[in-house]
Design a protein around this ligand. Structure first.
Ligand code: SDX
Length: 430
């Protein structure tokens, strides 16, 4: 048994030892839980730049080496070898399924794809032009009104059923969100199709004719879902964990993750990136936007660039660019001006000292908007696709947390900078 290593902290001449823990791979951690009791001080880490909020065995990222592993498997291998439900099974259960397990899992998910018919009524309360993410926050949150009875989250079976329901119903909910906005009838799932074929059927099919999915486009979208499935303790996953730490209904927790993902600094960057490319419009204007991105007085940031963890390339961005090529070639859009602009922008940025020094590289959102637009997905729904995929990561992380016997409600503290205690002066004396 290795001897416990400690970090020694000395404050005002008084030293305390804080245990150091080593994971299976990656940075070690210093356990600061005794800090407040021993020093009366908190750590200070807004944005959690140097804070590990939990233990997890699901996803590992090495930002310097551009490594992303789901349960130990490199994203490159998973994206080229597996389909999304295979990866969902892996993320949820920790191992890749054998053929029998995969067939059973496919079947379970297929048998949960329908939503309660009453749920479709929620859409009518939204304006047709409501942002899809606003609709999804509401509708997914409303699922908690349908599944609060069979919901003993301390029961592993109940947690598993909730995970299956969410993975199965998200494609239906995203597709209904699209149909509602388009003014088209909702399409029921067709269980003779694969998970991603079924999603495309519910999105682009109509009651008037049989939808024939294009296998190249199905494979591309399936890969996009794999690339977005989980990503360690990102902002939306941390939101789901914090909401879930109070014992809240898992459907409501996923709704909180959707709300967080919507932000342009997070999952909303794919929509923002495409809008940015359309605003730049032409390669001749790239320099102007690079200058703006570098200007401290200009809030403009190059959407789809930079990452809290990846200080080298984001492995997903490379796979997304490859998928983009495949889709545009399949659709005869090789000369898509926006794609050419993105390639030029990426090249110019990667050769610019500012981006090099600050280690800003394209992230998963840089190319995803271009390929989703080519697939016929409206810009405002890009983040909805991200949420569809990330649901498996969110619910797997939630499940890991609820199943952890050491789990406690999350309750950070603060550095208080407000008014010290003072007395109220009655109104007639103020
Ligand atoms: C996702 O966490 C995850 O894992 C997220 C995600 C996932 O799968 O869950 O990977 C998905 O959210 C990807 C990121 C998508 N967001 C964007 O593309 C939006 C543009 N990027 C930035 O907003 C920014 O890069 C963040 C939010 C992604 C990261 O911000 P950090 O880690 O807080 O870094 P920072 O803002 O402190 O940036 C460091 C420096 C700053 O300059 P200085 O204050 O040091 O002078 O780099 C600059 C920033 O101004 N900078 C940028 C920039 N990103 C950072 N400057 C111009 N353009 C950018 N895109």
């Amino acid at each position: 048994m290795n001897k416990q290593r400690n970090a020694t902290l000395t404050v005002d001449g008084k030293s305390i030892d804080l245990p150091i823990y080593t994971g299976s791979i990656g940075p070690e951690v210093i356990d600061i839980r005794p800090l407040y009791a021993k020093t009366g001080m908190f750590t200070f880490d807004p944005g959690f730049v140097s804070t590990a909020a939990c233990k997890s065995a699901i996803t590992y990222i090495d930002g310097d080496e551009g490594i992303l592993l789901y349960r130990g498997y490199p994203i490159e291998q998973l994206a080229h070898t597996c389909d999304f439900l295979e990866v969902a099974y892996l993320i949820l259960k920790g191992e890749l399924p054998n053929p029998a397990q995969k067939a059973e899992f496919d079947n379970i998910i297929k048998n949960h794809t329908m939503v309660h018919e009453q749920l479709t009524r929620f859409y009518a309360g939204f304006r047709r032009d409501a942002h899809p993410m606003a609709v999804m926050v509401g509708v997914v949150g409303a699922l908690s009104a349908f599944y609060h009875d069979a919901m003993d989250i301390s029961d592993e079976y109940h947690r598993t059923v909730s995970a299956h329901r969410l993975i199965a119903k998200m494609p239906n909910i995203v597709a209904m969100t699209y149909k509602y906005n388009a003014g088209q009838p909702f399409m029921y799932p067709c269980n003779g199709l694969s998970y991603t074929e079924n999603f495309m059927h519910m999105m682009f099919g109509t009651p008037c004719e049989k939808y024939e999915p294009n296998p190249v486009l199905v494979r591309a979208l399936d890969r996009i879902l794999i690339l977005h499935a989980d990503h360690e303790q990102n902002a939306s996953t941390s939101t789901v964990r914090l909401a879930g730490s109070s014992g809240a209904n898992p459907f409501a927790c996923i709704s909180s993750g959707i709300a967080c993902l919507w932000g342009p600094a997070h999952g909303g960057a794919n929509e923002a990136c495409l809008n940015m490319l359309e605003e730049i419009g032409d390669v001749s204007r790239v320099g102007e936007y690079i200058r703006r991105a570098k200007d401290k007085d200009d809030p403009f940031k190059l959407m789809g660039f930079g990452h809290r963890v990846y200080k080298n390339f984001d492995p997903r961005a490379k796979l997304m660019r490859e998928t983009c090529h495949e889709v545009l070639n399949e659709l005869g859009l090789q000369d898509d001006p926006l794609f050419k602009l993105a390639i030029a922008l990426e090249k110019i940025a990667l050769e610019d000292d500012y981006f090099i020094q600050k280690k800003l590289y394209p992230n998963v959102d840089f190319y995803s908007g271009i390929v989703q637009r080519a697939l016929g997905i409206p810009v405002k729904l890009f983040t909805g696709i991200f949420a569809l995929a990330r649901t498996v990561g969110w619910i797997a992380q939630w499940n890991e947390m609820i199943g952890d016997p050491e789990q406690k409600i999350g309750r950070p503290r603060q550095l208080f900078t407000g008014a010290p205690q003072r007395d109220v002066i009655p109104m007639d004396k103020r």
